[in-house]
Design a protein around this ligand. Structure first.
Ligand code: ZN
Length: 634
C-alpha cells in the first residue's frame, strides 16, 4: 500500500529526487521559450495544474477546509466527485458522507450555483472558464483508508479528503497545506516536493490519490539503499508517544527487512521520488491498518512500540513487499484504479496472499522472529484453509473476486461467509507455501526466484498480469508447462490443496492434529445466555452442530443430559465424550424447544512441529533444506 517524503529534507534534495532533472535537460533559447508559451499547440494541451488549498481552522472538531481550483475550462459544466473507493482497498467506501458546506465561485469571485445530481457528485455550470469549489470535510479515523484531523495531526488518505473533477484526470495537480499556527507539524508524503515546504505536486489524479500525506510532529529516521543508478533514500516518519530509543530499535528492524526484501528481488524499484517512505501512526486514537502505495506505505495501530513492537513489525514487512508485488507487479483488474466503483481482480491470492507468505518468512530470515514462530503462523493458516467448508464453492481465484464484499466492507444483513469464504490473504499464503516447497523439493528452484522472474516480466515493465500470465511464467520457469497447468487447474482455479504433509516433511516439519483423541462439535462462537449457551456464529457445513440442524441464534440447553451455561460446561461435555459417540442435544430454536441427535467427531485442529521436537530424526538433508528456506539471503 503507500510511501511519502519529508518536505524539509526534500526541499534541499529536490534536484536529486526530481525524476526529470532540469540540469540535464537541453535548454531551449529564451526566444523560443517565449514563443512556445504564447502559441504552441503543445502548450494548449498543458493547462495550469489543478490547485488544492487545505487548512485546518477547526482541527479540534476534526474538520478540514478544502478548495479545488480548475482553470482553462471549456464551457461545459464541471462534475466534481468524491471517490467511492481507495487504492489498495477493494470494497466501496462512501467518502461523500463526510462532505458539507459546498460552495463555488468563478474566476471573478462571483458565486456559482452548485447542483447535486448524485450522492457522490456536485455540478457547477455557467462559469467563466475558472471554478473554485470549496467544502468542509469531517475526518476522524486514522488508518490506510480514512483520514483523521485533530490537534495532533492531519492524517490524510487522499480519496477520503479530496474531490476531483471528472474528465481532468491527466492534469497535473498542485496542493498547498496550511498547518495550524504553532503546531510544529512537518509533512510526510510521496508527493513531489517544490521550492515551498508546504506545496507539493502530482503528475495526474491516479498518482495524487495514491499519495497519502501525514502532517504532524513525527520522529524521523533516514538511511540509503543502493539503487540501479545511485543511492535511494529510505525514510521512516513515525507519529507516536514513545521514546527515540524505541524508534532507533524499530528502525534497525526496518533496515533488516528492507535488506532482505531487496536481496530477494535483486534490486529495489526505481521509486518515482528517489526513495521510499514508511508513514507510521502508533497512537491510542489510530486504527489498525496497513496500506501499500507506489513509493510509500501508511501503517497505523492503536498499539505502541513499548508494548508490541514485535507484533507491529509484521505490517512493515508486508507493506514493503508490496512496493514490488501489487504496486508494480500489478493485477490487471486493478488498473487503472476506478474511484467511482469497486475494481475486481482474480489475482489477490497472489498479490495479497503471496505477500502474506513472504512477510513472516522475511521476518524469520531477518532474525526478528524464529522458526517456531514461523511454523506456528503457517500451521494456523493451514488449519483454517484445510478445514474450511468454503473450498466447496470457490478456489483462490474465486475468493479473490469476493474482495469487494469482505475488505472492510460493512453491511447490516448477515452473510454465510463462515461457509463460503476463505480470506485470499490466508489462502494465498498456504498456496505460496505449497508452491515454494514444491519448487524447492521437485525442481531445485525457489519461490524467491519465481518472484524475481515475475518482477522482470511484469514489475519492472509495469505490464499488468492476469492469472494465466503467472501460469505461463511458472511453466517457463520450471521448464514444465504441464506442471504449471496442473498446479493452476487444481490449486488456483480449482480448490484442491497440495500435499502439505509430504511437502513439509522435506524441511523436517510434521503436520499433525493437536488432539486427535478429543471430541469435537464444531468451530463455533458461543455466548452465555439465560440457562444455556447461545450460538453466536454460523455453524459450519460438515461439522456436528451443523449436521444436527443447529444454527446461529439457537440456544443450547443440554448435551448428553448435561446442562451447559458456560465455557467450562462446554469443555466438560467435550471431555466426557469420545469421537464417534452420539448424544441428544436440547436447544431453543426459532419456533420453540427442540431436540436432535449430535455425533462427536475428532478434533481436527492441526499443528506444525519440528521433527526433532516430535521424536523423529532430522536428517542433514532436512536441516539443509530448512536453512536454505528460512535462512538469510543477504
Ligand atoms: Zn497487503
Amino acid at each position: 500500500m503507500p510511501s511519502p517524503l519529508f518536505a524539509a529534507l526534500l526541499v534541499l534534495a529536490a534536484a536529486v529526487f526530481q525524476p526529470v532533472p532540469t540540469a540535464s535537460a537541453p535548454q531551449a533559447p529564451p526566444v523560443q521559450v517565449a514563443v512556445a508559451l504564447r502559441s504552441s499547440p503543445a502548450n494548449l494541451l498543458q493547462p495550469p495544474p489543478i490547485a488544492y488549498e487545505v487548512s485546518f481552522p477547526n482541527a479540534v472538531h476534526h474538520e478540514a477546509e478544502i478548495s479545488i481550483t480548475l482553470d482553462d475550462l471549456p464551457p461545459e459544466p464541471v462534475e466534481f466527485r468524491m471517490s467511492r473507493s481507495s487504492p489498495g482497498r477493494y470494497a466501496l467506501h462512501e467518502f461523500a458522507k463526510n462532505v458539507y458546506d459546498v460552495h463555488a465561485v468563478d474566476g471573478a469571485g462571483h458565486a456559482l450555483e452548485v447542483t447535486r445530481p448524485s450522492p457522490y457528485q456536485w455540478d457547477v455550470a455557467d462559469h467563466d472558464g475558472k471554478v473554485t469549489l470549496s467544502y468542509t470535510l469531517y475526518a476522524d479515523r486514522a488508518g490506510g483508508t480514512y483520514s483523521q484531523i485533530d490537534l495532533t495531526h492531519a492524517h490524510m488518505n487522499m480519496p477520503a479528503i479530496f474531490m476531483w473533477a471528472r474528465g481532468y484526470d491527466a492534469r497535473d495537480i498542485r496542493v498547498h497545506f496550511e498547518p495550524p499556527a504553532g503546531s510544529g507539524w512537518k509533512p510526510a508524503t510521496q508527493l513531489f516536493p517544490t521550492g515551498d515546504a508546504w506545496t507539493f505536486t502530482a503528475p495526474g489524479l491516479q498518482y495524487f490519490m495514491d499519495s497519502p500525506t501525514e502532517l504532524s510532529d513525527f520522529d524521523e529516521r533516514e538511511w540509503t539503499v543502493p539503487g540501479p543508478s545511485g543511492p535511494l533514500s529510505m525514510r521512516l516518519a513515525i507519529h507516536h508517544l514513545g521514546t527515540p530509543a524505541e524508534v532507533d530499535a524499530y528502525t534497525e528492524w526496518a533496515k533488516a527487512i528492507v535488506g532482505e526484501e531487496i536481496a530477494l528481488y535483486g534490486e529495489p524499484p526505481a521509486w518515482d521520488v528517489g526513495g521510499y517512505t514508511f508513514i507510521i501512526d502508533y497512537l491510542p486514537w489510530a486504527s489498525g491498518d496497513g496500506m501499500e502505495h507506489r513509493n510509500s506505505t501508511i501503517i497505523s495501530s492503536s498499539g505502541s512500540l513499548a508494548e508490541n513492537a514485535g507484533g507491529l513489525i509484521g505490517t512493515v514487512a508486508h507493506e514493503f513487499f508490496h512496493t514490488w508485488n501489487v504496486e508494480r507487479i500489478r493485477p490487471r483488474g486493478l488498473e487503472p484504479f476506478d474511484f467511482e466503483r469497486a475494481n475486481m481482480a482474480r489475482e489477490l491470492w497472489f498479490a495479497e496472499g503471496f505477500t502474506s507468505y513472504f512477510g513472516p518468512l522475511v521476518l524469520t530470515r531477518a532474525g526478528i522472529r524464529d522458526a517456531a514462530d514461523f511454523a506456528r503462523g503457517m500451521s494456523g493458516g493451514l488449519d483454517y484453509v484445510i478445514h474450511s467448508p468454503a473450498r466447496e464453492f470457490f478456489g483462490p481465484a474465486g475468493m479473490s473476486m469476493q474482495a469487494p464484499f469482505v475488505d472492510a466492507a460493512t453491511a447490516i444483513d448477515p452473510t454465510n461467509l463462515a461457509n463460503t469464504f476463505i480470506s485470499y490473504y490466508t489462502y494465498g499464503t498456504v498456496i505460496g507455501l505449497g508452491l515454494d516447497l514444491t519448487l524447492r523439493s521437485r525442481f531445485d528452484l525457489t519461490l524467491d526466484d519465481f518472484m524475481r522472474r515475475m518482477w522482470r516480466a511484469h514489475g519492472k515493465t509495469e505490464i499488468p498480469y492476469v492469472v494465466e500470465d503467472i501460469e505461463r511464467e511458472l511453466g517457463e520457469f520450471t521448464g514444465d508447462p504441464a506442471f504449471a497447468k496442473d498446479f493452476f487447474d487444481r490449486f488456483v482455479r480449482g480448490s484442491e490443496l497440495p500435499d502439505y504433509e509430504a511437502l513439509l516433511a522435506n524441511a523436517g516439519l510434521l503436520l499433525r492434529p493437536v488432539a486427535p483423541e478429543a471430541a469435537y462439535l464444531g468451530l463455533v462462537q458461543l455466548e452465555p445466555a439465560d440457562d444455556g449457551l447461545a450460538i453466536a456464529s454460523n455453524t459450519r457445513i460438515g461439522e456436528p452442530l451443523y449436521e444436527a440442524g443447529l444454527d446461529r441464534g439457537d440456544v443450547i440447553r443440554s448435551i448428553g443430559g448435561r446442562a451447559v451455561t458456560s465455557e467450562a460446561d462446554w469443555d466438560a461435555v467435550l471431555g466426557a465424550h469420545a469421537p464417534g459417540e452420539e448424544v441428544e442435544v436440547v436447544y431453543d430454536a426459532r419456533g420453540g424447544s427442540r431436540t436432535a441427535r449430535v455425533r462427536f467427531t475428532a478434533n481436527p485442529r492441526l499443528e506444525l512441529v519440528p521433527y526433532e521436537d516430535a521424536g523423529r530424526e532430522l536428517t542433514p538433508e532436512m536441516r539443509a533444506f530448512r536453512e536454505a528456506w528460512l535462512g538469510s539471503r543477504r
